[in-house]
Design a protein around this ligand. Sequence first.
Ligand code: NAP
Length: 446
Amino acid sequence: MAAQDLSAWGPFAVSAGALEIATELVQALTGRGAQADLLGDSVQGVQTVIVTEGLSHLPVTERHWQVLDICKRLYASGARIVILEHAGAGGFAQLCGLKGLSRTLRQEWPDRSIVTWSLPAGVTLNAQAELVLAAVASNAPEADLDAAGTSVMEIGAAPGLVQAAPTDANVWFVPGGARGVTAACVSELARRQAGSTFILAGRSGITPWPEGLQPTSDVKLVRGALISAAKARGEKPALPSIDRQARALLTGQEIRHTLDVIAAAGAGAVYLQVDMSNRDSVLAAVQKITAECGPITGLVHGAGVLADGLALKKTREDVEYVFGPKVEGLANLIAAIDLSQLRHVGLFSSASAVFGNTGQSDYAMANAWLGAVARKLATQLPAAIVKSFCWGPWDGGMVDATLAGHFATRGISLIGLQDGARIFADQILQGDRQEIELLIGDEWAG
Ligand SMILES: NC(=O)c1ccc[n+]([C@@H]2O[C@H](COP(=O)([O-])OP(=O)(O)OC[C@H]3O[C@@H](n4cnc5c(N)ncnc54)[C@H](OP(=O)(O)O)[C@@H]3O)[C@@H](O)[C@H]2O)c1
């Protein structure tokens, strides 16, 4: 490779998160006549920054936060940002969802150049550095860099069904499955697998519905009833407390409803109060399920939360909050479950992992990480059906009226509860094992 191929992109700075590869890159770049150094406090004059924190051995949430934090710091400099991550090397803990970050940052910072390149497993540091240099020189787009050159990862659209409908019964563990869109999905699953047991989990308790209050899903009506009841008792109702109580009642009602629907389909339905981000609680839940129901053979991971906000304003706490249920939750499940027993795995990811989404840098990373986990699980469990469902927005769950309005102005249609649940049940029971990441819904423009 000629030195002039690189000069257009220098001077370079390489962040020291993964010091070995960072040093190798600096040496390789300077060896080709380019100006390069480890990233210091000042980025003045630097044209391209290569970020290596994604390759470090930091815990998964911290690793993603550090990459985002460096990108925030680099924004003002205008430097081209190249983020490196592993493509499936090492254990689950080493996996990355950093393409979700670069895809989002390209939307939030349209005048900046940001790409993520995944480095292949099983090649030397020197070979990794050579791949990066070649990608720099050719101004490669977002890609998996492999020894054969640059390959852009394709995500399959929802394919047809190739397996026969299974007749066996499963023990399904479904974090996040008592409410929202996952509840609609497991309810459909229960209709098709009535012999199965569904253990749903969430943080919320099942608050009993007050006697005399007509069932309703209207929070204003519930608040009104609670205020009247408080006044009747001679109390002065505090509105924040009333609101909390009303929401807890509606949550309890939603959980009970999901359990009822599953039971009405003939399947077993149990709810466990578990915070998925707490490793000990997840382990205790898995042990309890295994002892009482047998090994978990179906896993559906639907637990997730949002903390939308622009990347420049993101804090470590935001990333920890979003990664807690989704990423740490799944990592806890992987550590606790006997993976060899799994026959069906469905991870609830988002189209934001595929396209990025303004305001969702943390969420897009977390969901892209689910995709990486699904790909790894699928290679480890060749007899199981493993799917990462990259859902577009649903008409329900965490998509409130405001979010639905944003999607409507972008011409993105919402996935109906029945349609989404049918696609989910078809795919997790009868989908093609080769199709692991499924994009469901409209394509999103930037
Ligand atoms: N709705 C959509 O349009 C859409 C689109 C793409 C992807 N998704 C994904 O689909 C999944 C379900 O979304 P949804 O719209 O149904 O959201 P939702 O209505 O807000 O439900 C989220 C579920 O996750 C549970 N959860 C959150 N944090 C938890 C924790 N720390 N431990 C255990 N459970 C936890 C919640 O229960 P508790 O509050 O009781 O803990 C709730 O059951 C999410 O992973 C989301 O990212 C949704």
